[in-house]
Design a protein around this ligand. Structure first.
Ligand SMILES: Nc1ncnc2c1ncn2[C@@H]1O[C@H](COP(=O)(O)OP(=O)(O)OP(=O)(O)O)[C@@H](O)[C@H]1O
Ligand SMILES: C[C@@](O)(CCOP(=O)(O)O)CC(=O)O
Length: 521
């Protein structure tokens, strides 16, 4: 009974919101330690024998055990037109709920697998069916209600007390998402696990960590990317920038979008019979997205908080793009200026990693020193030459100061864009919160991720070694969030993903996963 478990990370767009929709610009994307997991299992022998005896069709059962009423059953049939994946009522209930994302992922991946391996081989591989379990780390869904019901304050310590893959207590459409890109991570893990399980890509396709961007990525990883982008676009009914799927596949990166033309013919009709492989194949040069390596510097920690006010991202995007069209000259000048700062920020952060590689001791000293400054708000304090600081450490302090300045410049330009377009990209309530976080020791940068609004904030804080926990900059930030009155701020436990992008998992090494798999359907 073969099992395939695959995970893929969520995302945070630190810089490049809106701009990344245009291939002339790029986005700085960090993938998160919060991941989606898909486990595909062959049926056990007893079920296979029973289904064979009853001459049952191929049946794929999918469940999302964190939700009420989230089990879906599909029948798979083959004819001259290709493959049909049709949802049927679950045996336990007369009715069924639909999940377009899951349905299209199954349908399109099996269709592509037939093209790659032939209908006969695939039919054999599917046998009488598959069982699929999908779960997302707690950070993808707001845990406020769970914490309240346990009488726990919204802190990182409280979050660590919740069971892994905690039941949300609601149906999928009612869940409060946190903006980490649940649908992109879900589609990527589901599509990738099926590609591996059905033998379309090798199990070791996701071994190399794709740190060098697309150039060093395996063909299997690139195929999974193209297919996940296609399915995600189809399910969302539009071709977005795709940075979320790209982060789920390749990990943290500087992302430049692909031309939507590549998906043109396939986007017209959800149940198209058109051959997928010629379009989806990594050898199709129309896939012109660019993934350049990016990672956060050592001894820093990404902190994320969900802000319970919420914004309607599509309407923010609509208004900003309308402004860009109407005030093209001013808007384009603003986008160029913002893009320059976004690039400078990512380069400066990468330079810190280089500095660490060159001299880890001096780097650690710089981090320690900066963490002890009472306030890093004033650049002069960051830059003040202290005769006791060796020049190598001072040089690194200067680069941290530059990252701080650039991050503040990104914020200023995002606020300006908001003002010009009449959109609350960094609304005053968020400015107040971010300023309070930035004004204390050890914060390199911060802002509103992605499209901005009232949804969330990110901060990059120093994380020195050998420091008492209560003196860590992250502890101070937690204090600011816990006592904040203007907005309801709830921390997420995710930081940057150590592994790059989509990866193969061993079920027993993922805390809490075995228990969910062993639970009855
Ligand atoms: N655990 C899950 N199991 C099955 N499907 C899921 C799961 N989580 C999310 N989905 C699918 O993803 C859809 C949500 O996609 P949508 O594009 O609205 O969110 P999103 O933009 O990715 O949200 P966010 O970035 O806040 O996580 C759901 O309607 C559902 O079809
Ligand atoms: C505004 C936009 O550039 C970013 C939206 O990001 P987020 O979902 O708010 O993280 C849209 C997109 O890139 O799809």
């Amino acid at each position: 009974m073969a099992t395939t478990a695959i995970s893929s990370p969520g995302k945070v767009l630190l810089a490049g919101g809106y701009l990344v929709l245009d291939p002339a610009y790029s986005g700085v994307v960090v993938s998160t330690s919060a991941r989606f997991y898909t486990v595909v299992q062959d049926l056990d022998e007893a079920t296979t024998v029973a289904r064979a005896k009853a001459d049952r069709p191929i049946e794929i059962r999918v469940r999302s055990p964190q939700f009420v009423n989230a089990a879906y059953t599909y029948l798979v049939s083959f004819d001259v037109d290709g493959v049909h994946v049709e949802q049927v009522a679950d045996s336990a209930s007369a009715s069924f709920t639909k999940n377009k994302f899951v349905h299209l992922a199954l349908q399109r991946t099996i269709a592509l697998a037939i093209e790659a391996r032939g209908a006969g081989t695939l039919q054999n591989r599917l046998g009488y069916g598959l069982d699929i379990t999908i779960v997302g780390d707690n950070d993808f869904y707001s845990q406020r209600a769970q914490l309240t019901s346990r009488n726990l304050p919204p802190t990182l310590a409280s979050l660590s007390q919740l069971p892994p893959f905690n039941h949300t207590g609601v149906r999928l459409p009612e869940v409060h998402k946190t903006g980490l890109g649940s649908s992109a991570a879900l589609i990527t893990s589901l599509v990738s696990s099926l590609l591996v399980h059905l033998g379309v890509v090798a199990r070791d396709s996701f071994d190399n960590d794709a740190e060098g961007g697309t150039a060093s990525a395996s063909e299997g990883r690139r195929l999974a990317h193209n297919l996940a982008q296609y399915v995600h676009c189809l399910a969302q009914g539009k071709v977005g920038s795709g940075f979320d799927v790209s982060a789920a596949v390749f990990g943290s990166q500087l992302y430049t979008r692909f031309d939507p033309v590549v998906l043109g013919s396939l986007m017209k009709d959800e149940s198209t019979n058109e051959a997928l492989l010629p379009v989806i194949s990594p050898s199709n040069t129309a896939w012109n997205y660019r993934v350049e390596p990016f990672k956060l510097p050592p001894l820093t920690r990404l902190m994320l908080a969900d802000v319970d006010a919420g914004s309607d991202t599509p309407s923010l995007v609509g208004k900003v793009l309308k402004w860009r069209k109407e005030a093209a000259t001013a808007a384009n000048a603003h986008w160029d200026a913002l893009d320059k700062v976004n690039h400078a920020l990512s380069e400066t952060l990468l330079k810190l990693s280089e500095m660490h590689a060159r001299d880890a001791t001096a780097y650690a000293k710089a981090v320690k020193y900066l963490s002890t400054l009472q306030s890093v708000q004033h650049l002069d304090q960051w830059l003040a030459i202290n005769p006791n600081i060796p020049p190598a450490t001072q040089e690194m302090i200067d680069i941290f100061a530059e990252a701080h300045r650039l991050s503040e410049d990104v914020r200023a330009k995002m606020r300006e864009m908001g003002k010009l377009s009449g959109v609350p990209i960094e609304p005053p309530e968020q400015t107040e919160l971010l300023d309070a976080c930035m004004s204390g020791a050890g914060v390199i940068g911060g802002g509103v991720p992605g499209a901005g609004g009232y949804d969330a904030i990110w901060l990059l804080v120093l994380d020195p070694t050998n420091c008492p926990p209560q003196e860590l900059p992250s502890s101070r930030i937690e204090g600011v969030w816990a006592s904040w009155k203007g907005l309801d701020v709830s921390p997420l436990s995710a930081s940057e993903s150590v592994a790059k992008g989509v990866r193969l998992e061993t079920v027993d090494q993922v805390n809490g996963l075995r228990q969910l798999l062993d639970a009855p359907w």
